[in-house]
Structure formats: structure tokens, C-alpha cells
Design a protein around this ligand. Structure first.
Ligand SMILES: [Zn+2]
Length: 534
């Protein structure tokens, strides 16, 4: 479907149905349907036609469809709206899936990382870049980041980049540092930090906040063949996790990535519906090719302008004035703004920028977003509430990184970390996301963490922020749609909405919380088509 030109999203119109007998392509019945709709939260039958939900009712309504639709019994299984991952990184996920896997699930020590990189070095010619990723120093036996020397031992003749699980740090070996032109003389770039030996000032190989820059200027891009293979793997990961919609939150996105997503969607290589964020730098370029706010269709649409805020050595990047100006520029161009803000200082800077913007150019339903909003003390929460900001949080971080938070986050900040309950109670409409590949994309891990507030070890983090499973599911469905102005089209099981549905092995609102992670996605349906089945 052509979406390069500007225009309003061309959602197909709802089909009218007659009252006594009904037609549909298929009817899911004998189902435990959690609709997420206020009017009718529970149902047992859903009829789908031409990619849309045309009827929601009970098994008593089944007779009307007999002989007029394919009837599919769900055998009592649970049906929920397709999950919406409100903040993820498709290309980084694809690249991570192709690279050397150094995630905590695969390695436990620096020696393990070296083994894996050594094996890769034996497979590819000298001089070829080795991409490795997913390490988390907190979960390594040595409890430290690897250094250039550790990587040199494994791959002395291959430039190597080992990316941290967070994507905000990476380690280069000596050939990698040379190609990146990072030496003792190189100053820290804006918003970045080069870690150095205390005594000599030599770079240790570890750099912070420079991953995008290195991918753009130093590490060659994946070949088209590799990229498509990575996307295939990522697509399968999303679908098997029940993700039918996602927002790609990469700050590097621009016209080139728009075309890439367009191609992937047209060829059916990326099945979930995509909203693409893009960097502020790309705003003018996108406008030049006719792309404006609201552009696209149900399959691919232009999302918010992403601005990444960082606080390094106590300094804000971009500086507050520049940030205020950028937010206002995107706002006045009619776009939503999504600010990446993790530290308390950056969340505050995001609030200041929004106050500045809305004071100059008031708009009631702007839905400007704060991504992560990781540390949010009560005063900031109230400011964000007054601003009507949307928070996009990552509950699964509690599960995957909880032990690290308990160890490293100051005690005074722990109650304010990845809040959910108090966001909901204060009407901030938080949407949930994985930030994949920072964490695995499985929404049920996020539901588990939002409900239990437990880390992998079982330790709880501010349990007063826990939410009931119904609310956790809404954060992964309806709230994700709302965060992109899509709530009229998806996020709940209601007549007229897109038939994006997931069949689960058990009911998340009925199983003991400890069993939430064991629930499996059995079927993923997008626009009425089964795109994945267990
Ligand atoms: Zn992210």
C-alpha cells in the first residue's frame, strides 16, 4: 500500500452486518475473551471479517453464524488483544540475533565471552568486524566490564565491538579502537564518555553513549542478506511473543529506515504493525519527501520524534535550551515528541522542555511521551501528570535487572524506580514495552514483573507499585495503542477494531502470579490472519 506520500492513515471502513444472521470469515468461540473494553470486559465469541472484528458476544450467539463462517473453538482458552510493544528497536534486535550472543542467558564470565568471540574469529577472515552483544557486567563472574585487552586475547586481528545489553555502552578491542580513531588524545564526544586507565589515560576499550555513532560511522552496516535474515528471526520472535503492533524507537531512524520498513512490510517480512519514531535531525528530510504527522496506514505509520537525553558527568545532553527548542520545533510541526529519559535529572529536563513547549504553544491532546521515566520522584510525577504526558515504561526490567537495581540504585531512589501503580493511580496512562533487545520482547515477562515486582532472584522492588494483571495487560494493549493515537483502531476487542488477537494457554487474570511467566502464546492473529501458531 503506498504510504510514501502524505495523507491520513487509510484504515478500511467497518463493515455493516445484518441483525438476524451474520456473516464472517471466522468465528472464535468457546473462548475466554478478555476484551480490555470498559463496556464488555468479558466475552466468549469473536467474529472476524475482512481483517476486522465484526461482532463480540457469547456462545449463545454462535447459531447466527452457522453455515456462514468458519467456526473455530478455542476450547476455553484465553483470547486477548494482540500485544503492542510501545518501545522496541527492530534493527538492533535483528543485529543482536545475528551477532555473537553474550547475554546473561548464554555467558556467565569474561572467559565465556572470550570463548564465543574466539570461535567467531576462527570462522571469519581477519579484518572482518565481529559483532557481539548482550553482555551485562553485573551478571559476569568478574563483576566488571570486559576491556580491550580481554577482547584482544580472543580476537587480536578482527576489529570487535561488544555491545552492552543496555545499548548504552560497548567495548572495542584494539583494532576496533584504531578504526574508530579513539586514542589517548580523543576527547569525550558530546553526550558520550570514553573510559580510561586511571594511571595512563589510555582508553580501556569501554565507551558510553557512542553506540549509534559507531554503527553509523565505523562498523560497516549488515549486508542486505544478513539484515533480512536478522529481521526474519526478529519477526518470529515478535510473533511467537504475541506482538501484533510495535513502535520502533530508534533515534537514528529517518527516510532510509522508512523505506526499509516499507519494503519489509510489503514483502511480508515484518508482520507486526509498525509505528516508526525518528530522530529530530530527520524531521526536515522526512517533510521534504512529503511525510507528515499521521502519515502511513494501519501497517506502517510515522510515529513520534525521538529525542535521547543523557546525563554524563552531571551534564545534560542535549543542553536544556537546545532540548526546549527541539521539542517545540517537533511539536509545532504537529508531531508527538518521545524523550528518552532514565535518570531523575533527564526526567526533570523532559518535564521542563514540555512545560516550555506547552506554555508557548498549548495543545490539549498532544500525547508527548517520556520513554522509560525510570526514576520519577513524587514531585516529577505530579509535574508530568499536570502536563498530561504519556509514560512508556519497561516493567520487565524489574525482572531482568532487579538485582542490579537493588545493588546500585541509591536507596532513596528505589521507591521511584520503574513505577507503574502510582502512574496508573495518577492518570498517567503508562504504556508497557520491552525496549528489545535491551530485554527480551516477551510481554508476559513484563506482565509478571508489573504484577509481582519481583526480580529473577525473587527479591521484590517497591511492591507498592504492583498492579493487578488486568491493568498490566491493558498497559501492553490499549495503552500502547493510546500512546500512538491508535486506540480507535486497536488495543481492545471491540466491533470495528482491527482483528489483532492472541490466544494464550492460560488466563493471566486467573493463574497464581508465579505462573504468569509460564503462559504460552498459542496463536497470533494480525488483521484476521493467523501469522503464528505453536
Ligand atoms: Zn530504547
Amino acid at each position: 500500500m503506498p504510504v510514501l506520500e502524505s495523507g491520513v492513515r487509510d484504515f478500511p471502513q467497518e463493515r455493516r452486518v445484518t441483525l438476524s444472521t451474520r456473516e464472517a470469515d471466522f468465528v472464535l468461540h468457546n473462548a475466554n475473551v478478555l476484551t480490555m473494553a470498559a463496556k464488555r470486559p468479558r466475552a466468549s465469541l469473536v467474529a472476524v471479517e475482512a481483517g476486522r472484528i465484526v461482532f463480540v458476544g457469547s456462545d449463545d450467539d454462535l447459531d447466527q453464524f452457522k453455515g456462514r463462517a468458519k467456526l473455530v473453538s478455542c476450547e476455553g482458552k484465553t483470547v486477548v488483544p494482540g500485544f503492542n510493544d510501545a518501545h522496541t528497536h527492530v534493527l538492533a534486535h535483528a543485529s543482536r540475533l545475528l551477532g555473537v550472543d553474550c547475554s546473561p542467558a548464554s555467558v556467565t564470565s569474561i572467559a565465556d565471552i572470550q570463548d564465543r568471540i574466539r570461535q567467531q574469529a576462527a570462522r571469519v577472515p581477519q579484518g572482518t568486524w565481529i559483532r557481539a552483544g548482550g553482555y551485562d557486567e553485573f551478571h559476569l563472574l568478574e563483576s566488571r566490564h570486559p576491556t580491550r585487552h580481554d577482547l584482544d586475547e580472543a580476537a587480536p586481528y578482527h576489529p570487535t565491538k561488544l555491545t552492552h545489553r543496555s545499548l548504552h555502552a560497548c567495548v572495542l578491542n584494539t583494532p576496533g579502537l584504531a578504526l574508530a580513531r579513539i586514542s589517548i588524545e580523543t576527547p569525550d564526544p558530546p553526550g558520550g564518555l570514553i573510559d580510561r586507565e586511571v594511571e595512563t589515560g589510555e582508553p580501556t576499550g569501554l565507551v558510553f553513549g557512542m553506540d549509534s555513532r559507531l554503527n553509523e560511522r565505523v562498523v560497516p552496516p549488515l549486508s542486505e542478506q544478513d539484515l533480512r535474515q536478522g529481521i526474519r528471526l526478529a519477526n518470529n520472535d515478535f510473533l511467537s511473543s504475541g506482538i501484533t503492533s510495535l513502535t520502533d524507537a530508534s533515534v537514528r531512524n529517518g527516510p532510509e529506515q522508512w523505506r526499509l520498513f516499507l519494503g519489509l512490510r510489503e514483502r511480508g517480512e515484518l508482520a507486526p504493525r509498525v509505528r516508526m519514531m525518528f530522530g529530530l535531525d530527520a524531521l526536515a528530510k522526512l517533510e521534504k519527501i512529503g511525510l507528515r504527522s499521521g502519515c502511513g496506514n494501519a501497517g506502517l505509520g510515522l510515529g513520534p520524534v525521538k529525542i535521547a537525553l543523557a546525563e554524563t558527568r552531571g551534564r545534560l545532553y542535549p543542553p536544556q535550551d537546545e532540548l526546549n527548542e527541539g521539542v517545540l520545533r517537533a511539536h509545532e510541526a504537529g508531531f508527538q515528541v518521545a524523550m528518552h529519559a532514565v535518570e531523575e535529572g533527564t526526567v526533570e529536563a523532559a518535564a521542563v522542555a514540555l512545560e516550555h513547549c506547552l506554555h508557548r504553544s498549548p495543545k490539549a491532546d498532544h500525547r508527548h511521551r517520556v520513554e522509560h521515566c525510570s526514576v520519577c520522584p513524587p514531585v516529577l510525577l505530579q509535574r508530568l501528570r499536570a502536563l498530561n504526558a504519556v509514560v512508556v515504561t519497561q516493567p520487565a526490567f524489574i525482572y531482568y535487572s532487579g538485582e542490579r537495581y537493588l545493588d546500585q540504585v541509591p536507596r532513596s531512589q528505589l521507591p521511584w524506580l520503574y513505577r507503574t501503580g502510582s502512574f496508573l493511580r495518577n492518570g498517567l496512562r503508562p504504556a508497557a514495552s520491552s525496549d528489545c533487545p535491551v530485554a527480551p520482547c516477551n510481554p508476559l515477562a513484563g506482565v509478571y514483573a508489573a504484577v509481582t515486582r519481583r526480580a529473577r532472584s525473587g527479591q521484590a522492588l517497591s511492591p507498592e507499585e504492583a498492579v493487578p494483571p488486568e491493568d498490566a495487560l491493558k498497559m501492553y494493549t490499549l495503552a500502547g495503542a493510546y500512546a500512538c493515537f491508535d486506540e480507535h483502531q486497536k488495543g481492545s476487542i471491540e466491533t470495528g477494531k482491527l482483528a489483532d488477537l492472541v490466544v494464550l494457554s492460560a488466563d493471566p487474570t486467573a493463574v497464581p502470579p508465579d505462573e504468569l511467566m509460564e503462559i504460552r502464546v498459542e496463536k497470533t492473529i494480525i488483521g484476521g490472519e493467523v501469522v503464528w501458531e505453536l
